[in-house]
Design a protein around this ligand. Structure first.
Ligand code: MRU
Length: 347
């Protein structure tokens, strides 16, 4: 299977519309900024590293036809585009990392002509994409060393091809282990409310020939108690200086369960997911999403009383103390995270 989650094609951002999976593999060509904002909000494109790529391409898309005679005029447009895209989803660090990287590159080249700066921005966005492809493979390389043949692995949400450009972070580790000849069996939590585990992870693992079994989220403890899970691995939306990690709601549950059952709990993420400006997980902005995601099954079928009160945070924070190791593109980081994150990422 050779697919790209997001790329620049025919003067547009081409994405897989992930809301259509697993029923249909359908591509969307996004040609304006509002459509991109909407696609991010509605999770047509999603997953932290893919959002970093969307940020890069989005900045170019929002500025490519923008008329500016000089850098200050161009900068006004750039700031507007960056602020607007930054309002789409608050938690994934990669989105803001991508936006800030584009701002920095524009400023670095402020002495060049506006058309030239635009070209540089497109090149930078493409570079973000190529870097993600490489960094996911490095995560896979480091992570696969922690997995043995026949390990049964539990994962949550989707941290695979569909959350990155074409390989994945947590699932990249599984793909790499498989490429090395290790046969892993994977249990995928369905990941309520939007079912990224059932719709996306089960779909891509299946396509890649990985032995995958789908479970509902509340079955994890039972499998662990039965001794059927050897390792847990999840992606990350934001990792802060002390190692606390925000990821899809339900990740924290799995970390607590893993500790009780003495199962290693791994996080896999590229350097672009780290936010060393924040000291602890309490500072991470957690996205709250609309009630319909809980009260209706994929916006189609009502499953709760009309008007019922709903609480729907999209992410939770796993305290660093529950994380056995963080697998990054620069190596595997182990506790004490406050010291070792800086040491590894600084390298
Ligand atoms: O709401 P989503 O689907 O964007 O949430 C995604 C996740 O929580 C992923 O696990 C995370 O972004 C890591 S992706 C490599």
């Amino acid at each position: 299977m050779r697919i790209r989650t997001i790329e620049w094609v025919e003067d547009a951002i081409k994405i897989i519309d992930q809301t259509k999976l697993p029923g249909k593999l359908e591509y969307l060509y996004i040609r304006n900024l509002k459509a991109l904002w909407q696609a991010i909000k509605e999770l047509k494109v999603r997953g932290a590293p893919a959002l970093g790529a969307a940020a890069g391409l989005g900045v170019y898309l929002g500025l490519k036809d923008y008329k500016a005679g000089n850098f200050p005029e161009f900068k006004a447009g750039l700031d507007r585009v960056i602020s607007y895209l930054g309002t789409s989803r608050p938690t994934a660090r990669n989105l803001f990392w991508g936006l800030e990287r584009m701002r920095w590159v524009a400023e670095e080249n402020k002495d060049k002509s506006v058309p030239c700066i635009k070209e540089i921005l497109l090149k930078e966005a493409k570079k973000i994409i190529e870097e993600d492809r490489a960094s996911c493979r490095r995560i896979g390389y480091y992570g696969a060393q922690l997995f043995k043949n026949k390990d049964a692995v539990l994962t949550v949400c989707n941290a695979g091809i569909l959350a990155t450009i074409d390989y994945g972070t947590a699932l990249g580790v599984i793909y790499r282990a498989q490429e090395e000849g290790k046969r892993l069996t994977v249990f995928a939590c369905e990941t309520r409310p939007l079912l990224q585990g059932a719709r996306l992870t089960a779909w891509e693992l299946n396509k890649k020939g990985v032995d995958v079994t789908l479970i509902s989220d509340n079955m994890a403890a039972t499998l662990m108690a039965q001794g059927r899970i050897k390792k847990v691995i999840a992606g990350a939306d934001r990792i802060v200086a002390n190692g606390d990690t925000a990821n899809k709601i339900g990740t924290y549950n799995l970390a607590v369960l893993s500790r009780y059952h003495k199962i290693p709990f791994y996080i896999a993420a590229p350097a672009s997911t780290f936010d060393l400006t924040l000291k602890s997980g309490r500072d991470i902005p957690i996205e709250q999403r609309q009630a319909r995601e809980i009260t209706e099954l994929l916006f189609k079928k009502p499953i709760a009383p009309k008007g019922i009160k709903v609480y729907n945070p999209a992410f939770d924070v796993t305290p660093a103390v529950l994380i056995t190791a963080i697998i990054t593109d620069k190596g595997v980081i182990r506790p004490p995270y406050k010291i070792n994150i800086k040491k590894t990422l600084g390298r």
